[in-house]
Design a binder for this molecule. Structure first.
Ligand SMILES: *Cc1c(COP(=O)(O)O)cnc(C)c1O
Ligand SMILES: [Zn+2]
Length: 393
C-alpha cells in the first residue's frame, strides 16, 4: 500500500486516500478509481536489475500492485511464456511474431492476474464474501482464488456460459446464479451483482474497473513481462482481444508504468480486437466517438463469449490507450475467429477458446489492410484456453 499515493475517480475526479480502501466512487457515478503510484518510492525498491532474483509470476512486480504481497494467494498466475511463433509468422509473412500464452494461467485465462490481485485486496480489507458478474472466465478465476483464500464466492453468470467454465465454478465451490441473457443492452449479471453489494455489503470483484479498482491492476503485469521477455525493447504492436476493455486498460497502464520508470523507450501501438457481433469500442474508435457517446450493444452475438460484454466499462481508458499509443481498433467475424483458433492449434500447438484467439484474427486483417507491415514486431495476446469451450470448434 505504501506505494499508492491516491485513487482518483475517472468520472468526477474525487480523490480518495488509499488507506480507506475505497471500491467505488461514493457518488456511484460508475467512475473507476484510478490508482496513482508514488513512482519515486517505487524506484527506490524496484529496478530492472532487482527483478532478476525474484520469483516468477505477478508478485515479482509487487511494488506496482495495489495490494500487500503478504496477503497474496498464489496459484501460479502470470509468468507465462512469450513464444516466437515461427510457423504462423511464415504463413502470415511476418518476421517477428510473438504469442503471449495466457492459456497457461492456473484457471486457463489471463483473468487470474486480475483476480489474484482482487482477492489479495479482499484479504487485506478483511471481507468474508466476494461477488462477481461474468460471462465465465472471470468468475471461474475468482472462484478458484476464493477457494484457496477460504472466502465465500457468489457468481452471477450468463446462462449461456460454457459448460467448461460452469464446471470450474461449481468445483471451486462458488454459489452460481445463472441469469438470463443480455436484453436491450443491459447485462443482468452486473445489475444483480450491484444489488447484492448494496444489500449484503459483499466485496464486488468483477473484471472491470468501475466496481473494483484493484483487480484492474493485475493485467498490467502482462506488459511488464512482455517488456522483460523482449529484453526491454517494445514490440511495435500489441493486439488485445477486447470485451469490457479492462485488459486493454491494464496493458496500457503497464506500458505507462514502464515508461514512467524509464524501463522502455518507446510504446507499442495497442489494438483492441472485437467480434463483429459486439464491437461498441471498435465502432467508437472508427467513428471517433467519445466514451460518453458509446451505446451498449443491444444484442451481442458472437461465439467469443469472453468478448460479449454489451458495454465496455473501461472504454474511457481503452479509447485513451488507443489514442495515446497511435493504435487502432479492428473487428472480426466469428468465422475469422474460428479460423484463427485452427491456425493457432495447427501451427503453434496452442489450443485457445474463441475469445482467446480473436486477436490473431485481428492481426490477419490488419496485415491484409497493410496497416501492420511485415518487418514490424507484433505481440498477440492469447487469452484463454480452448479446454473451457471445447464444443465451439
Ligand atoms: C475477459 C476476456 C477477454 C476480454 O477482456 P476484457 O477485459 O473484458 O476486455 C479476452 N479473452 C478472454 C479469454 C477473456 O476471458
Ligand atoms: Zn466519481
Amino acid at each position: 500500500m505504501a506505494f499508492v499515493s491516491r485513487l482518483v475517480c475517472s468520472t468526477c475526479g474525487t480523490e480518495y486516500d488509499p488507506s480507506s480502501n475505497p471500491l467505488m466512487c461514493r457518488r456511484r457515478d460508475f467512475g473507476r478509481l484510478d490508482i496513482v503510484y508514488d513512482y519515486h518510492r517505487v524506484r527506490r525498491f524496484l529496478s530492472r536489475k532487482k527483478l532478476s532474483g525474484r520469483e516468477n509470476g505477478i508478485w515479482r512486480f509487487a511494488e506496482l500492485l495495489p495490494a500487500k504481497k503478504s496477503f497474496a494467494v498464489k496459484l501460479g498466475e502470470g509468468g507465462t511464456r512469450l513464444l516466437k511463433a515461427q510457423r504462423l509468422a511464415e504463413k502470415m509473412k511476418l518476421t517477428n511474431l510473438y504469442l503471449k500464452d495466457e492459456t497457461r494461467n492456473p484457471t486457463g485465462s489471463f483473468k487470474d492476474r486480475a483476480m489474484a490481485v482482487g482477492i489479495a485486496k479482499a484479504r487485506e480489507i478483511g471481507v468474508d464474501t466476494v461477488v462477481t458478474a461474468s460471462s465465465g472466465n472471470a468468475a471461474a478465476s475468482l472462484a478458484a482464488y476464493s477457494a484457496k483464500a477460504k472466502l465465500k464466492c457468489y457468481a452471477f453468470v450468463l446462462a449461456s456460459a460454457s459448460a467448461g467454465k460452469l464446471a470450474q465454478l461449481m468445483l471451486y465451490g462458488a454459489s452460481v446464479i445463472k441469469v438470463r441473457g443480455v436484453e436491450r443492452g443491459e447485462d443482468p449479471t452486473v445489475k444483480m451483482m450491484l444489488k447484492a453489494v448494496e444489500s449484503e455489503d459483499w466485496y464486488p470483484c468483477p473484471s472491470f474497473g468501475p466496481f473494483n479498482p484493484y483487480q484492474v491492476e493485475g493485467p498490467k503485469t502482462i506488459s511488464y513481462e512482455i517488456a522483460e521477455q523482449l529484453e526491454w525493447k517494445s514490440p511495435d504492436w500489441i493486439l488485445v482481444p477486447t470485451g469490457s476493455s479492462c485488459l486493454l486498460t491494464g496493458v496500457w497502464r503497464g506500458i505507462k508504468d514502464l515508461t514512467e520508470l524509464d524501463w522502455i523507450q518507446t510504446s507499442p501501438r495497442l489494438v483492441p480486437v472485437q467480434p463483429h457481433g459486439n464491437s461498441p469500442l471498435v465502432k467508437a474508435i472508427k467513428s471517433n466517438l467519445p466514451f460518453s457517446m458509446i451505446k451498449a450493444e443491444k444484442h451481442p452475438k458472437t461465439i467469443a463469449t469472453g468478448l460479449s460484454d454489451p458495454f465496455p466499462w473501461d472504454g474511457d481508458a481503452g479509447l485513451e490507450a488507443v489514442k495515446q499509443t497511435r493504435g487502432t481498433g479492428v473487428s472480426v467475424s466469428d468465422s475469422e475467429i474460428l479460423a484463427a483458433v485452427k491456425d493457432l492449434a495447427k501451427n503453434e500447438g496452442i489450443f485457445a477458446e474463441p475469445s482467446g484467439a480473436a486477436a490473431l484474427a485481428g492481426l490477419k486483417k490488419l496485415l491484409d489492410d497493410g496497416l501492420i507491415r511485415k518487418g514490424e514486431s507484433v505481440v498477440v495476446l492469447i487469452t484463454g484456453s480452448g479446454l473451457k469451450d471445447a464444443q465451439t470448434h
